[in-house]
Design a protein. Structure first.
Length: 179
């Protein structure tokens, strides 16, 4: 994935996801807490644009994405992961080629979801909040909506994401963000 700067949610995602540590942090939050990576990324995208998401905003975006995620993307992800170690007596090279195609379908499914999630962009512009503060507030609101606990490993992952999203973030902003 390569960074792009056309302002779309998908371009933002490609740029952020490719930064060091971000992909494992997002996947870790997904796997440990059952969070949706696209929702985490949406929180970052909106916050980087200075938009604060309310609980209703988050629920509306989630309602757009969830049926697609549960019926299409998650089953593709499960299949891709199941094929990772091979599949019994099946030829390993063919299985890995098939797994690669499933991965491509999964990524395209995420792209479709993000296009729908971004229409229309949600959240109120917060004139007095920095991008880092807005990103942190949005991520915190999403975690609260999902009743997700924030322990040390989650704080570390969220901090990695915040720092990658807002590289000008100060140490004080970071320490206050997910305390």
């Amino acid at each position: 994935m390569t960074p792009a700067t056309d302002g779309t949610f998908w371009s933002f995602t490609l740029g952020l996801y490719g930064k060091p540590g971000v992909a494992p942090a997002l996947i870790g939050l997904q796997d440990r807490l059952g969070l949706d990576v696209n929702m985490l990324l949406y929180c970052c995208w909106a916050g980087a644009d200075g938009r604060l998401l309310s609980r209703d905003d988050l629920k509306a975006v989630e309602a757009v994405a969830e049926p697609w995620q549960s019926e299409v993307v998650r089953p593709l992800r499960a299949l891709r992961r199941r094929l990772k170690g091979g599949f019994g007596a099946m030829p390993a090279e063919r299985v890995q080629s098939y797994r690669k195609r499933v991965n491509e379908l999964e990524i395209e499914g995420e792209h479709i979801a993000q296009n729908a999630m971004a229409q229309p962009p949600r959240g109120e512009h917060a004139a007095d909040a920095s991008a880092a503060a807005a990103v942190a507030a949005n991520l915190t609101a999403y975690l609260k909506l999902r009743h997700a606990p924030v322990d040390a490993s989650e704080r570390a992952d969220l901090t990695t994401i915040l720092c990658a999203c807002c590289p000008q973030t100060t140490a004080d902003e970071i320490s206050a963000s997910f305390a």
